[in-house]
Design a protein around this ligand. Structure first.
Ligand SMILES: *Cc1c(COP(=O)(O)O)cnc(C)c1O
Length: 393
């Protein structure tokens, strides 16, 4: 029997149903600790001479099931679950760098990742450079002798800029540099960075993987020895572990990832066509636009175009806020990848801390809005948008 398709692997897991009364759904081991049969067993487990659970910060069967699934879905050796996307980002970076190292980062990374890089810089002398990774030469030019990690996000929020994972991985491999990719926006259903040469994949599972707006969680996938090392050092001792119940919800969410992503993508494509031809929309950024600056790379690297659209409306900040306030169905909220369509205003929300000049340079103007297209009827979402658009001047 060959390896099953991703649609199937999302649904079927690894636990042995017959060991669990034939339970169809994975059992939830909502426990903090595990009892030992006797003192000697406890000693053997701590010594690593016997496998088995000890304490849920060091491992839990429900969490492990989720970790095995994400490793399989990303095509990596091992997975590790965290209490948030940021717990994953910070634990992985701490594990990879030491004082005096340098990290090369793709421009426009998630705000809190940027915040964490600054903590590392100010407190631990780990330097970084943020660069545009559109071309090979600037990447090579910015690599230093002490560069130990290249950290990428693609596509980037909210400007949808892309990074060529294969190209960056090739450059990094020649120099023994680790490539870390934050794959939150695509999920493993649309993009698999390890297959393109990256070393480690990170997710905020809060977004598409959970998919229902009810969990905060993070993930990392990579080589087994590296992941085990993170698990027993930076994760165990800093402590950002996932709760068993949240792991259980996420396993549930994964089952529908393929059907949800297909719908997110088709709804987004429908809305893109509508928005593009509306007179109140002055600019639109969507990887599925044939005129998108890097459409060729999108087609090479991603299976479909994703569920996010950024667009500008007439009337500057006032127009953008008026538009948001007129929406009835679409909810004003940050986050993305949920069943509900969400809209946010990057200039005053997710990117409010970015200095204005830099923000404008990145393309985040006062009239830019980011839409996370949900799973509702495409017609209902459009009716809501059109009604609101017609109320701005
Ligand atoms: C949300 C997000 C994060 C942080 O994840 P949390 O689960 O909120 O901690 C990291 N990277 C990207 C791209 C995100 O969208």
């Amino acid at each position: 029997m060959g390896k099953k398709d991703i649609e199937t692997r999302l649904i079927h897991g690894f636990f042995d149903r017959q060991q669990h009364f034939g339970s169809l759904a994975p059992p939830l081991y909502q426990t903090s600790t595990f009892t030992f049969a006797n003192a000697e067993q406890g000693e053997a487990r701590f010594a690593g001479n016997e496998s088995g659970y000890i304490y849920s910060r060091l491992g839990n069967p429900t969490v492990n099931e989720f970790e095995s699934k994400i490793a399989d879905l990303e095509g990596g050796e091992a997975g590790l679950a965290f209490s948030s996307g940021m717990a994953a980002v910070s634990a992985i970076l701490i594990a990879l760098v030491k004082t005096g190292d340098h990290i090369l980062v793709s421009e426009g990374v998630y705000g809190c990742t940027f915040g964490f890089l600054n903590i590392m810089k100010d407190k631990f002398n780990v330097d970084y450079d943020l660069i545009n990774m559109d071309n090979e030469e600037p990447i090579k030019g910015k690599i230093k002798n002490n560069t130990s990690v290249i950290y990428i996000e693609t596509p980037i929020n909210p400007t949808m800029k892309l990074v060529d994972i294969e190209l960056v991985s090739k450059i990094a491999k020649e120099r023994d540099i680790f490539v870390v990719v934050d794959n939150t926006f695509c999920s493993p259903y649309l993009q698999q960075p390890l297959k393109l040469g990256a070393d480690i994949v990170i997710h905020s599972a809060t977004k598409y993987i959970g998919g229902h707006g009810d969990v905060i969680a993070g993930l990392a996938v990579g080589p087994d020895n590296f992941i085990q090392n993170v698990k027993m050092t930076t994760q165990k001792d800093i402590g950002g572990v996932l709760s068993p119940f949240d792991a259980w919800l996420l396993i549930r969410g994964l089952k529908t990832l393929a059907v949800r992503m297909d719908r997110h993508c088709s709804n987004a494509h429908y809305l893109f066509e509508k928005l593009k031809s509306h007179s109140k929309v002055t600019n639109i950024v969507y990887p599925g636009d044939p005129e998108f600056y890097n459409h060729q790379l999108v087609k090479r690297q991603m299976k479909n175009f994703g569920g996010l659209i950024s667009f500008e409306v007439k009337g500057g900040k006032q127009g953008a806020q008026r538009f948001m306030n007129e929406l009835q169905l679409i909810q004003v909220a940050v986050s993305l990848g949920d069943a509900e369509t969400l809209i946010q205003h990057p200039a005053t929300m997710t990117h409010a801390v970015v200095p204005e000049e830099e923000r404008i340079k990145m393309g985040i103007t006062d009239s830019l809005l980011r839409l996370s297209v949900g799973l509702e009827s495409e017609q209902d979402i459009w009716n809501d948008i059109e009604t609101a658009l017609n109320k701005i001047n």
